[in-house]
Design a binder for this molecule. Structure first.
Ligand SMILES: Cc1cc2nc3c(=O)[nH]c(=O)nc-3n(C[C@H](O)[C@H](O)[C@H](O)COP(=O)(O)OP(=O)(O)OC[C@H]3O[C@@H](n4cnc5c(N)ncnc54)[C@H](O)[C@@H]3O)c2cc1C
Length: 385
């Protein structure tokens, strides 16, 4: 059920104020310390942001896709580290349970995910299986009513903090593609789970990823998302989850682009060269205008695709178009932002330097640009056939 207009605009106004007054002023500290201050994480929790996409019956805000992207446009204006903290609980870490979970699984996990008491992670990628995730080699061998999981997952967002993992493992021995893969819900304190050192990344300091190693991890067959009957159906769950996540990430890209444009415009209006403000120079204006038009185009695509998804349409092609366009767009916008700032744009005291590195990730995770191209073209060919 969509929120009524007043409630939605009140929520977005509060979020906007929170982003401007609490999150943006804390960005430099987060980048410096590689951590979100616990008191600020608590404020994020109190605002209900861990449960934006979780249904209201489980204590979440239950936003529709159209509402969620509006929230992500706002949240994306602050450092992506804040969004990442709540990102897995709202997206890849909870959507499998919401979309395909059993009533017991929803009951057991969703309310704690909505409050942020429990952090979830999505463990698909492996050292030898990235874009070709269907070739993963983590195994789950049946042993009576249990499965025994062995394997290593790589670059898992929020893994150092997670109490719950959605783990994709091969249950059909001898299979080599996605048809033999099952999605399991594995609690973080299960015996046999260990963690690699935190990855040292190009950007997005304050968000944490690491390897997760499963060694003879025993889980009951009821841990399969959707129940034991959904053995070997895990990849379908993964694709549905990523489909929704793509729209969310796209909206975050638009938020970041709008922030970069705002910062570039105010810098260009203040900084003077050759006797006038940079903003008076037509070559600077061209960069500002290109960025503005591209961010606006992405915003429109995302709003339209979110509306279509809420009305029940299959938006696999459009969601991939949004992810591809918006993540590439914010890369161009960040590049222009650095250029408009000149030497200052290369210096860490200006946020554009940090954003330039932070937004690079959006073209890589939840399906690279090349994988989005493959999805779009494959769907085009299928629809034409
Ligand atoms: C910070 C960070 C956080 C992450 N968080 C998570 C997480 O929480 N959970 C999770 O499961 N994974 C996560 N990932 C993994 C991420 O989804 C993968 O890195 C991504 O899917 C790409 O896989 P890869 O790194 O193995 O690259 P590869 O698949 O090795 O790709 C390398 C290059 O080859 C291109 N390529 C690959 N196949 C093709 C093809 N068929 N045609 C044309 N080009 C191709 C790719 O586009 C890319 O440019 C995260 C990654 C990072 C960096």
């Amino acid at each position: 059920m969509p929120l009524d207009d007043d409630t939605l605009s009140q929520f977005l106004d509060t979020l906007d104020r929170f982003v401007r007054e609490r999150l943006i002023p804390c960005e430099a500290e987060v980048a410096e310390t590689d951590a979100i201050p616990p008191a600020l994480a608590e404020e994020i929790r109190t605002m209900g942001l861990f449960g934006m996409s979780i249904p209201q019956e489980y204590g979440g805000l239950g936003l529709t896709m159209a509402e969620e992207v509006k929230a992500a446009f706002v949240l994306g204006q602050a450092s992506p580290a804040f969004r990442s903290l709540i990102g897995t609980n709202n997206g890849i870490g909870s959507q499998g349970i919401i979309i395909d979970g059993t009533p017991e699984q929803r009951e057991r996990y969703l309310s704690r995910l909505a409050t942020g008491e429990l952090i979830s992670s999505f463990a698909l990628t492996e050292p030898d299986a990235g874009s070709d995730a269907g070739s993963l080699s983590t195994s789950a061998k049946r042993d009576g009513d249990h499965y025994v999981i062995n394997g290593t997952k790589r670059f898992i967002t929020n893994a150092p903090h997670a109490g719950l993992f959605t783990v994709f493992a091969r249950t059909k021995p001898g299979s080599t593609n996605s048809s033999g893969v099952t999605a399991f819900l594995v609690e973080g304190n299960t015996a046999g789970i260990t963690f690699g050192a935190r990855d040292r990344k190009m950007g997005q300091r304050g968000t944490h990823t690491c390897d997760v190693i499963f060694q003879d991890v025993r889980v009951h067959k009821t841990s399969i998302i959707g129940g034991p009957d959904r053995e070997n159906q895990g990849f379908r769950t993964a694709m549905k989850v990523l489909d929704r996540g793509r729209l969310h990430i796209s909206a975050v890209c638009v938020g970041a682009a709008e922030r970069l444009i705002r910062d570039s415009l105010s810098y260009a209006m203040e900084r003077r060269q050759f006797g006038e403000a940079l903003a008076e120079k037509q070559l600077i204006q061209a960069m500002l205008a290109d960025s503005k038009a591209e961010a606006f185009a992405a915003r429109c695509m995302i709003e339209e695709t979110a509306r279509r998804r809420d009305s029940g349409q299959d938006v696999s092609t459009e969601a991939a178009c949004c992810k591809m366009y918006a993540s590439e767009m914010v890369g161009r916008v960040a590049d222009r932002a650095v250029q408009i700032h000149g030497g200052a744009g290369y210096m860490s005291e200006y946020s554009v330097e940090r954003f330039y590195r932070d937004v690079r990730l959006f073209r890589i995770y939840e399906g690279t640009t090349q994988i989005q191209q493959l999805i779009i073209a494959r769907n085009m060919i299928r629809d034409a056939a």
